[in-house]
Design a protein around this ligand. Structure first.
Ligand code: AMP
Length: 249
């Protein structure tokens, strides 16, 4: 049932897009997956997105990771975004929309598909994403606020996008990234004040999008409380049920 609705939703949105561009239908054996992942800060959505990207061969696009990398490289965009991130506030839509549009245009993303993590977070971002072609599936990692706050308190990150936790997912060498070897850091916005603000913003501005995708029948929800591997295996099971198969590249 979910599969049929997923197929219909993507077919309808792509047909509308084709009509808008007045192009004849093209024959594509299967379109690259276009996925978004939602969850309160600390729900583990970044980790799950990374695992999905590896298993299914899609590109993981995390707006938070991209912004943190811009900040560490002291780019113009990074200078502009820095104070928003430090305070746990949202970066202006014009900035994030342009950022995502740029990443979705790349050849690899067009060929392999993507999983968007941390976007869309506002109504304007949702509308912008629809104009960029929409998505075929949305995933929600469900976790209570209390559990999310508890998880965030032990979190450490790397600018490459990898994320660790002192108790649940420690790095092999303390303080160093398993993937690139760089020094891990604790995010400014993982302090209690910004965390509370980010959770408030999530419920007020982002959670309505989860309901939007649920209404369209393209949302799968998994419980984010168990260990990382367990959450991922239930996610894979849910994706299999809507017709996803592992690693196509
Ligand atoms: P995340 O890594 O997804 O928790 O994002 C960290 C921070 O980056 C957020 O608290 C915002 O300051 C900023 N950010 C990331 N994605 C967005 C977005 N789509 N819109 C606005 N701000 C964002």
């Amino acid at each position: 049932m979910v599969f049929v609705r997923v197929f219909c939703y993507s077919a309808v949105t792509s047909t509308i897009a084709r009509m808008a561009r007045r192009q004849p239908p093209t024959l594509r054996p299967f379109a690259p997956p276009r996925l978004v992942i939602f969850g309160v800060p600390g729900s583990g959505k970044g980790t799950q997105a990374e695992l999905v990207a590896r298993r299914y061969g899609v590109r993981h696009i995390s707006t938070g990771t991209i912004l943190r990398s811009e900040i560490s490289r002291r780019t113009v965009l990074g200078q502009r975004a820095r104070r928003y991130l430090a305070a746990g506030k949202l970066v202006p839509d014009s900035v994030t929309n342009a950022l995502v549009a740029k990443h979705l245009r790349t050849a690899t993303v067009r060929r392999r598909g993507f999983i968007l993590d941390g976007y869309p977070r506002t109504r304007r971002q949702l509308n912008a994403l629809e104009r960029m072609g929409g998505v075929t599936l949305a995933v929600e990692i469900a976790l209570t606020d209390a559990a999310a706050v508890h998880r965030i308190s032990g979190r450490q990150n790397c600018v490459c996008g990898a994320s660790y936790h002192a108790a649940y997912h420690p790095p092999k060498r303390p303080g160093g990234c398993d993937r690139c070897g760089r020094r891990l850091f604790t995010r400014d916005d993982d302090r209690p004040g910004p965390v509370r603000r980010r959770i408030r913003i999530y419920h007020r501005q982002t959670a309505p999008h989860v309901r939007h995708y649920r209404r369209h029948g393209v949302l799968v929800t998994v419980d984010g409380q168990p260990a990382i591997a367990e959450v991922f295996s239930s996610l894979v099971g849910r994706l299999r049920r809507v017709g996803w198969r592992a690693h196509r590249v």
